[in-house]
Write a protein that binds this ligand. Structure first.
Ligand SMILES: *Cc1c(COP(=O)(O)O)cnc(C)c1O
Length: 645
């Protein structure tokens, strides 16, 4: 940690802030007990005080303790996410505010399915959605008619699924409206143009329909509502809907080839089918704009509608950032030509990077101001991508990744909350109650809109409180994100030195310069030309970096992860470049060899805030490279003295 203002934020690698957490936990547990006693203080205690002395009680307590001790002992073999020696997956120490708020809330057990089961935490979830919306650059004032809306999900996977559901509801609504043919609403001329309306125009129709409906007498309104419902894709199912509209076919989702596998899951779950997931090639692990253009043109020429174009902010494997600004621009161009689709940004990993780009008043920072704090971050492309977030239609962001919060918190955020009306589970998805239907009261029935039913209110409290203690701007939460960027820059610089120092033993390359805080490292023993042999070598290194339940944690010096470079994902140019940098023979890369159809590389998530320990003058990044050097020397035969000498 280089920024002392962050010292109180975590329990700490050594548990340094244990007394703070302990005081909070004890204080709020007692507080909860007082609350119980004060609900009806006249009710006497139902469990007698003598119960604790009875044999059954003691027997129960003994069994409970025994099991808890067993659990606690077993958990000592957990992955030490908190340690600055852990650089594996997208997880690190937990922010104290979130941990404390979650522990505080747990015994109240609120269920954020609805206001009735969670009078307090449901509002916190809606507010957490607004906090995230503000960070992303969406309108975040609920008094505005087009305010954004966000809710929590179990994770990024479900948030991406929600994005698919919302996009499908919005895309198909104008077609249903056309079929229902309300006399007071101007609908598109044919099914094709209705299905390919730009998202904003689709929302306009929802609005127009709502206004027309509101002016009708209640009985007539109910009839029209029913009539529209009968035409909707959510009512008919995909098969019947497309049979009724032969001009249309199942829409496709266009995503970069690096997209997370949750997209494949979502396509299957929604019944669209994986076949409809069109993967666009990358260039340098970022969406290839040219390829996107070609794909969209081909799809349009063959009359295939597009549901969603996905851009990734922080790929799971490389932390690279797609040109969101270009994807949004493509959406505008095609919308103007009557080929509308929504843009979703999968920022499950990188969403919180945006906090570093925000002034406390919500404005975007200048790129010059940001660059003065780092070596190269942010690149022009990264800056433009983050700046364009507010123009996307929806975003996935995971508080349980770069938000440093406990698991069970992903988030889906859409730019305009009105689209959510299309998801409402019961028939009054338009004008549920008469009047007084403000932003908060509508979304307090959260269960109507989300994929889940019952869900944790404690998780919502954790997210909200964290964002209050550390607002999502560069002077608060952004400091933490800045720490990770500095670590990544230090890691990248150190890997360059490592490459030079180890040149006689090893070819080293960072296959893709990271945009954020994930850095991969490809290592090939000098002189080796064979892909399979390199993979075996990297596999051995990884064996020592991997947590497994059979070896004590203390036997591992560092913890890392691996990923693979696959030629079908990389494309010809990048594959050739990486093979060349590593000195590998392209002829050894092929499917005939089981282990040789891809390159195994080390992957490092540099989100632990203590990687650079300013207090003790220790860099765990330097130590990691010293460890790597020792291990490499241990694995490789000592090179023979040069014949020339
Ligand atoms: C992690 C991740 C997901 C999935 O999120 P979960 O919280 O694991 O469900 C989706 N997309 C990207 C880019 C991710 O990094």
């Amino acid at each position: 940690m280089t920024d002392p203002s962050l010292y109180p934020c975590f329990l700490g690698p050594y548990g340094e802030n244990d007394s703070l957490l302990e005081r909070l936990v004890v204080e709020f547990l007692r507080d909860h007990v007082y609350w119980r006693r004060n609900v009806h203080p006249e009710d006497p205690p139902a469990i007698p005080t003598r119960a604790a002395q009875q044999p059954q009680f003691l027997e129960f307590e003994a069994r409970l303790r025994r099991e808890l001790h067993t659990l606690s002992a077993a958990l000592k073999r957990s992955v030490p996410f908190h340690s600055p020696r852990y650089m594996g997956h997208m997880v690190s120490d937990l922010l104290l505010p979130g941990l404390a708020a979650q522990i505080l809330t747990l015994p109240y057990n609120p269920n954020n399915v609805s206001e009735e089961a969670a009078p307090i935490t449901i509002d916190l979830e809606i507010k957490a959605g607004l906090q995230l919306a503000g960070m992303l650059g969406y309108p975040a004032d609920p008094a505005q008619p087009d305010c954004a809306f966000g809710h929590l999900t179990s994770g990024g996977t479900l948030a991406n699924y929600q994005a698919l559901r919302v996009a499908l509801a919005l895309k198909s609504f104008p077609v249903a409206l056309r079929a229902a043919a309300p006399p007071g609403v101007d609908v598109p001329a044919d099914d094709w143009s209705a299905f390919n309306l730009a998202p904003r125009a689709g929302l306009g129709l929802v609005d127009a329909w709502q206004r027309w409906l509101a002016a009708l007498a209640p009985a007539k309104r109910a009839r029209w509502r029913k009539r529209l419902q009968a035409e909707r894709i959510e009512q008919l199912g995909l098969a019947a809907f497309f049979t009724r509209h032969p001009q249309l076919s199942t829409p496709v989702v266009v995503a970069p080839v690096t997209a997370h596998y949750s997209w494949s899951k979502g396509m299957k779950l929604l019944g669209l089918g994986r076949e409809q997931l069109v993967l666009v090639p990358e260039r340098g692990m970022r969406l290839d704009l040219q390829a996107l253009q070609t794909t969209l043109q081909q799809l349009r020429a063959s009359q295939r509608p597009v549901l969603l174009a996905v851009a990734v902010l922080g790929t799971t494997e490389f932390g690279t950032i797609d040109p969101i600004h270009e994807v949004v621009a493509a959406r505008e161009r095609h919308a103007d030509a009557g080929y509308g689709f929504s843009v979703h940004v999968d920022a499950a990993w990188g969403g919180y990077l945006a906090s570093l780009f925000r002034e406390p008043d919500g404005r975007l920072r200048t790129i010059a101001g940001m660059r003065s704090e780092f070596n190269v971050f942010p690149s022009d492309g990264t800056y433009a991508a983050v700046a364009a977030l507010g123009r996307s239609d929806s975003v996935t962001v995971d508080p349980h990744k770069l938000g440093y919060l406990p698991y069970g918190t992903g988030a889906y955020v859409c730019r305009d909350h009105r689209v959510m009306a299309l998801l409402a589970e019961d028939a009054d998805y338009i004008f549920g109650g008469e009047g007084g239907d403000d932003y908060f009261s509508r979304f307090r029935n959260l269960g109507r809109y989300i994929p889940e039913g019952s869900k944790s209110g404690a998780a919502a409290a954790a997210v909200y409180v964290t964002h209050r203690v550390l607002p999502l701007d560069h002077t608060h939460f952004g400091r933490l994100v800045g720490e990770t960027i500095r670590s990544a820059e230090a890691f990248a610089a150190r890997s360059e030195r490592f490459a030079v120092e180890m040149a006689s033993l090893l070819r080293v390359c960072v296959p893709f310069a990271p945009d954020s805080n994930l850095v991969c490292l490809a290592l090939n023993p000098a002189g080796n030309r064979d892909v399979a042999a390199m993979n075996v070598f990297v596999g051995r290194l990884h064996d020592e970096l991997r947590c497994d339940s059979s070896t004590p944690l203390q036997m591992h010096e560092f913890f890392g992860s691996v990923t693979t470079l696959r030629p079908e994902v990389l494309g010809e140019n990048d594959t050739g470049r990486v093979l060349n940098e590593l000195g590998l023979d392209p002829a050894t890369l092929g499917n005939d060899h089981e282990q040789a159809d891809r390159l195994l590389i080390l992957r490092h998530t540099l989100m632990n805030p203590f990687l650079i320990d300013a207090e003790n003058g220790i860099s765990y990044i330097d130590r990691y490279f010293e460890f790597l050097e020792r291990r490499v020397r241990g694995l490789l035969p000592v090179p023979r003295a040069s014949a020339v000498a």
